[in-house]
Structures are given as C-alpha cells and as structure tokens.
Write a protein that binds this ligand. Sequence first.
Ligand code: CO
Length: 188
Amino acid sequence: MSEPLVDTPPDLDFVVVRYPDPVLRRVAEPVTDFDASLRRVVAAMYARMIASKGVGLAAPQVGISRRILVLNPTGELGPDDLTLINPTILSRTGDEDWYDEGCLSFPSIYAEVKRPERCRVSFLDLDGVAHEREFDGFTSRIIQHEYDHLEGVLLVDRMSPADRQRHKAALQELVDGWKRRAPAPERR
Ligand code: CO
C-alpha cells in the first residue's frame, strides 16, 4: 500500500465539495473496477488532501460517490499513506473519547465528537486485494470520520446541539455559499 501510486503528478485536479452539497448526503457506491482510472482518482485525492492540509479525504468530498478513502495521520505523504477501498468497519471497541474534529467540507468549523478508541476494518487495496486490520488512536479517529462520509453522515450530524447552535452562523454561511455557486435547478 505504500508503493507510489503514479510516477507523474496527478492529472486530475479536484476541489473539495462543501456542505450542503447533496453528493455529501448520498450513500457511496462500491468500487468495482481496480484499474488505472481508480489509481488516477486516488492519486488526485491524496494531492487534494495534502494541498488542503487535511489528514483524510473521502471520494464524495471530491464529488465522486464511491467508497474510497485516503488518509495519512501525519498530514504528509509517505509510508503511512492508507488507501481504503470499499471499507467496512467490522467492530468498534475501547473507551469512547472526545476529540475536536474538523472536516474539509466544513472549513473553519471544529466540534467535539465522541467515538470509540479502536476500530477493526476490512478493505480492499488498489489491486483489489482484501485486508483486515485493527486501528487505534488518531488513525482510528480519521477512519471513523471518513467512513461516515461514505454513509452520507457529516460533522454537523455528530456535533452536540450546543455546538450546532454555536456554529449556526458559520453553517448558514456555507448554505448561502453553496446556493450562490449551485447550478440552476433545471441543469441539475
Ligand atoms: Co470530513
């Protein structure tokens, strides 16, 4: 999983889709083709994640409703790159911890979210080979956050009512911004 994805820079240039774009609410479809185009998408997702100073990114966040996650808890590319295709969280264990989560689809909004410490995940790699691994700490946190994206679950759903109230203006600003940028209804 740590081999270079491509020899050349990504030829796709993604932008991060922001809340409340409807693609973020869709349940993403499984990947079926483990081909060059999947590698192109994954390479471009890593490039976007790093450029946006993120530690994880889900394909719906670049407008692709597929079950693809990329992450690296260091915030840089390297041996800790983790590409999860069609992941399933088999179990979540350990104490539940609170952590101040951010999300590239909710710029400048952070909220405390409670999640179990560990998760056991089955997934496919870029070659379609099946793996099963247990994750803990920050990596487990990122996986659980990014996995939510594949199910159409967002930071705004996980935050406390108090945080939702505290971020009310910022959330409304995102809604207004999306409405300004959204294509006319007849074109969607
Ligand atoms: Co997110």
